[in-house]
Design a protein around this ligand. Structure first.
Ligand SMILES: *[C@@H]1O[C@H](CO)[C@@H](O)[C@H](O)[C@H]1NC(C)=O
Ligand SMILES: *[C@@H]1O[C@H](CO)[C@@H](O)[C@H](O)[C@H]1NC(C)=O
Length: 640
């Protein structure tokens, strides 16, 4: 069947993906069948209404379609493939070829001009497999699957037991997953399910958008979903250190702008978009280079600059160690390959030089020549991580106090929002909420209706941009007060717009709290839930399971041992906690943290989507403690 439908080329695939994401506004990976019409339009393939109805009908009878009437990207591709032989598809092809800016994706390389067999990118699979092979090459727990062959479907089989995913999440954000909670030996369907729960809930906790990816999809190794999840995990890891708030050098760099040329000028990038960011950074210190979208935008626009590898040559030459730092031997970059006539050959010899720096990862010569923006972005980010080549400017009048790192709480809120798939992604809690667009999306998640006619949408006019954003913020605050009935005394739109810390946090916390309580209320057939309900349920459940723990409130100091959490987990899923691994009395700080790490990972493993961190338990942070117990209660109520 595969061979029969192997007809979609790489450039079409990119186009279709773009069209799909336009319709799939909440980017959950699915569209409704009644949106199929719009999708065909977006894909430059308008079909008569009756034809669309026929297609939907056909999907239903064939049982291709999910029960809830949703169509995945893969399903859409297969519909598209069937249509391809008809006249309409030719029109589509013509439209693609005419459209500006995407001319270069296919054509030049053997790899991309060949018909691909799958509705996913072979290049991505190839790059991710190599990255994972390297990351986990010495991990004794992965010997059964690593190394994978990047040219086969190894990857999709390898993710099926959840171990590789858990390891990669932990590789991207160290210490996310407690080693002791991964099931490694004699796996059964049940223990595999646990590993996949652990992986998915942990991915969520580090800010991956995992809505609508289930353990089943991973077990079956659905390529499109697996690659999508892996890219998120890898990207979060690659960009973790390219974040302003965590990087003094980067910070000073943005303030001084000039040194930026060091990394970006070799790529002939105009600094214009950067300096816009710098000026708004000065206003509200909100910009992070982690803003992937803007970096990839630059890359897409400049793909013709990357394609010839010349910029990369200069970049490598600049970042390579010169031997002027103690203990770091110089690495000489051989620039003769610049004279190579053919793009692909030039790219290949450039990559040989990159390999000397240990930074060949992510791109093949073809990916460079084709300007694949995702993989080139990863290539540059990895290079930057290994060789930042930036020096903290001396004798400059920089107010380092502006460089306040992100607090744990802020990161947790941010990860929570991102895991719900807000658009654009929130990279900085204060800066990125300044036009309230994300807040509106969160209101919708807690069922507070937003009148989108009242919302100013980007692109904002240059003149009066701040006014438009402020209007949004005012509307957001009034919705909070009037509709959501939040307590927002003394908070105005300006506070949100300007990113005032405490006031913004007050709003964000109430959103997260309501979201958490809503889930419980839905499970409990609409019965109102508050802190007391949860505490009572916790006490009751512990008592019924004959556990000695109890809590008096979310501030109870006993929580710092994590014993109430661990006991509760064992009450919900009897026998799940290995009491031999934990200590219950006279704990040192280290032992408390040890228990807490185990508790948080165990909660995720039994299926609770916990965003809080181990430190929140040790320090008994009441807000985060509340979310932990609420999530566990949700998990407990699902038990039949
Ligand atoms: C997760 O990362 C930490 C820190 O790097 C490490 O100590 C731990 O063993 C890792 N756990 C897993 C499951 O790989
Ligand atoms: C929970 O149980 C503890 C110990 O039995 C008790 O002191 C506390 O009042 C209880 N709290 C609630 C809200 O039920």
């Amino acid at each position: 069947e595969m061979a029969e439908t192997a007809k979609v080329s790489q450039d079409e695939l990119e186009e279709l993906r773009e069209a799909f994401s336009k319709i799939d506004v909440d980017s959950n990976g699915f569209i409704n069948s009644n949106e199929l019409n719009d999708l065909f339009k977006a894909a430059n393939l308008p079909l008569p209404g009756y034809r669309v109805r026929e297609i939907v009908q056909e999907l239903m009878t064939k049982g291709d379609q999910n029960e809830d009437g949703q169509i995945s990207f893969d399903e859409f591709i297969s519909i598209f493939e069937k249509l391809k032989s008809t006249e309409v598809a030719k029109t589509f092809r013509k439209a693609i070829n005419k459209k500006e800016g995407i001319c270069a994706i296919g054509g030049t390389s053997q790899q991309s001009s060949a018909w691909t067999l799958h509705s996913y990118s072979e290049e991505e699979k190839y790059a991710f497999v190599n990255w994972i092979n390297k990351a986990l090459e010495n991990d004794p727990d992965c010997k059964h699957v690593i190394p994978m062959d990047p040219n086969t479907d190894d990857l999709f089989k390898a993710v099926g037991d959840g171990i590789v995913l858990c390891k990669m999440i932990n590789f991207s954000v160290p210490d996310t997953i407690d080693e002791r909670t991964i099931n490694k030996k004699k796996l059964t369907p049940f223990t595999i399910q646990e590993n996949l729960n652990l992986a998915l809930n942990s991915a969520s906790a580090i800010g991956c958008h995992v809505v609508n990816i289930g353990a089943e999809d991973l077990k079956e190794g659905k390529p499109y979903l697996v690659l999508g999840l892996l890219w998120q995990v890898i990207k979060i890891g690659l960009f973790a250190d390219i974040e302003l708030s965590r990087n003094e050098v980067m910070f000073s760099l943005l303030l001084t702008v000039r040194p930026l040329q060091l990394i970006f000028n070799p790529l002939h990038l105009k600094l214009k978009s950067m300096s816009i960011q710098v000026s708004s950074f000065r206003q509200n210190f909100s910009i992070t280079l982690q803003n992937h979208s803007s970096i990839s935008l630059i890359l897409t626009k400049c793909s013709h600059i990357i394609e010839d590898s010349k910029a990369y040559y200069h970049l490598l030459n600049q970042v390579a160690p010169k031997g002027d730092e103690e203990g770091i031997p110089p690495i000489a970059i051989d620039m003769t390959g610049l004279r190579e006539k053919e793009d692909v050959k030039r790219a290949e010899s450039m990559l040989v030089q990159a390999d000397k720096l240990g930074c060949r990862q992510f791109v093949t010569a073809h990916d460079v020549v084709n300007g694949n923006s995702k993989l080139n972005l990863a290539f540059i980010a990895n290079l930057f991580n290994k060789y930042p080549a930036l020096q903290k400017p001396e004798n400059q009048d920089i107010d380092w106090s502006l460089l306040e790192g992100e607090t744990r709480e802020e990161r947790t809120f941010r990860n929570w929002m991102n895991s719900l798939g807000v658009n654009p992604r929130v990279n900085h809690l204060y800066g990125d909420l300044g036009d309230a667009l994300v807040i509106f999306q969160l209101y919708e998640k807690i069922k507070v209706p937003v009148d989108w006619n009242k919302v100013n949408k980007p692109p904002y006019p240059k003149l009066g941009e701040n006014m438009k954003k402020l209007e949004n913020c005012n509307y957001a605050i009034s919705l909070g007060k009037d509709k959501a009935k939040f307590s927002l005394v003394g908070i105005g739109g300006t506070d949100l717009h300007e990113g005032k810390r405490t006031l913004t946090l007050a709003l964000v916390w109430q959103l997260m709290r309501r979201y958490t309580l809503n889930i419980l209320e839905e499970l409990g057939d609409g019965q109102k839930v508050n802190d007391d309900t949860i505490v009572n349920w916790v006490n009751q459940t512990l008592k019924e399971a004959e556990k000695s723990s109890s809590i008096s409130s979310f501030k109870d100091s006993k929580i710092s041992t994590s014993m109430p959490v661990l006991d509760l987990i064992d009450a919900i899923q009897p026998g799940s906690i290995r009491y031999d691994l934990i200590k219950s009395e006279d704990l040192t700080d280290e032992e408390k943290l040890n228990n807490a790490k185990y508790a948080i990972s165990m909660a995720r493993k039994i299926g609770a989507r916990v965003y809080a961190l181990p430190e929140d338990l040790v320090e008994v942070k009441p807000k985060m403690v509340m979310t932990v117990f609420a999530c566990l209660m949700g998990r407990g109520m699902k038990r039949v």
